[in-house]
Design a protein around this ligand. Structure first.
Ligand SMILES: Cc1cc2nc3c(=O)[nH]c(=O)nc-3n(C[C@H](O)[C@H](O)[C@H](O)COP(=O)(O)OP(=O)(O)OC[C@H]3O[C@@H](n4cnc5c(N)ncnc54)[C@H](O)[C@@H]3O)c2cc1C
Length: 294
């Protein structure tokens, strides 16, 4: 499991030349600490024992339904990521950033972590001049595909529309366009990230190039939380249709059309259709209080 450890910066700050002592264990945050923290951020901070928590901790894969993060914070603005990092550092909590929530190992719903659900930060901005698209850390692959398709442009992605663009890019990103356009990570030109001590850096090929190198394949849940990234887009190829088969437990018998990467396929996949056929559960996981079908 990868999760950002709030203790990293503290360890680095230990006085030099002193014999190594047994590390002091930070006190767990009390309910009052959580309440005080929640007042400083915009999104809800859901704690165990509430219905919101039970819903907010769920991710794509039902194998992780029993996982128990210490809290789930829904990030409504980038400034709150730094606040959460500092809070985690103070109490030695591990942070688990969550984009699309599709980690194969449930890293974005890991036990004992403070989950930062980044999905509200799903802006996508197309820039023809720089040939890049600026992607918020909560944008799904479908968000980016659909936005770029309107301009006849594309980035290489994976095949599942609800996978997070940040999560996929930071892990490499392999899909049907990879032979033509490379990995999604190859398209990354700039990443803005918040480090465990709450400071921010912009990483490019020439600026913090070591971080930039590490992000392209090893960035998921490591190094820092990417709040936005720029990716170089390419001319869109002839559109195709993909019908990924999702795990059995997600599908009604005979239904193999839950997901589609075809930007012309309206309404958006896993929106209205999912709610109608599969009840509220999946939709609630995907967009807390929102509507992904619009
Ligand atoms: C159904 C399905 C289909 C898939 N298809 C493909 C495919 O075609 N091609 C392919 O390459 N991969 C594919 N994957 C794998 C997928 O790309 C990875 O699991 C990816 O890491 C998921 O990203 P996410 O944001 O959806 O998941 P999350 O669980 O939210 O995040 C994955 C990891 O990245 C970290 N992370 C997320 N956002 C950030 C951020 N902003 N900053 C720092 N760390 C962050 C999380 O902490 C976690 O460690 C698939 C996975 C599934 C479940």
């Amino acid at each position: 499991m990868t999760a950002l450890a709030g203790c990293a910066a503290r360890a680095a700050a230990a006085p030099a030349g002193r014999a190594r002592s047994v590390p002091t264990v930070a006190a767990k945050p009390t309910t009052q600490d959580w309440i005080a923290f929640a007042r400083t951020v915009q999104g809800p901070v859901d704690l165990p024992g509430t219905a919101q928590y039970d819903r907010a901790k769920l991710v794509f894969d039902t194998r992780f339904d029993a996982n128990r993060p210490v809290a789930v914070m829904v990030v409504q603005r980038t400034a709150d990521i730094a606040r959460a990092m500092r809070f985690a550092q103070r109490f030695d909590l591990q942070i688990a950033p969550r984009g699309g929530g599709h980690s194969y190992v449930g890293a974005s719903a890991a036990n004992g972590t403070l989950v930062l659900d980044l999905r509200p930060l799903h802006s996508v901005t197309y820039d023809p001049a720089s040939r890049t698209v600026l992607v918020g850390s909560g944008a799904s692959l479908y968000d980016v595909k659909a936005h770029l398709a309107a301009h006849g442009r594309a980035i290489p992605t994976g095949t599942c529309p609800t996978v997070g663009t940040a999560g996929l890019t930071l892990g490499g990103g392999l899909g049907v366009e990879s032979r033509a356009h490379g990995l999604t990570a190859d398209r990354l030109t700039e990443a803005h990230l918040v480090l465990p001590d709450g400071s921010s850096v912009t990483a490019t090929a020439t600026q913090h190039s070591d971080i930039f190198w590490a992000l392209r394949g090893g960035g998921g849940g490591n190094i820092g939380i990417v709040d936005r990234a720029a990716l170089r887009h390419a001319r869109s190829r002839r559109p195709g249709h993909l019908h990924p088969h999702l795990p059995q437990q997600r599908c009604s018998p005979g239904d193999d059309r839950l997901g589609s990467m075809d930007p012309g396929d309206r309404p958006l996949p896993l929106g209205r259709r999912a709610r109608r056929r599969h009840g509220q559960r999946w939709a609630a996981r995907q967009h807390r209080g929102g509507d992904d079908s619009g």
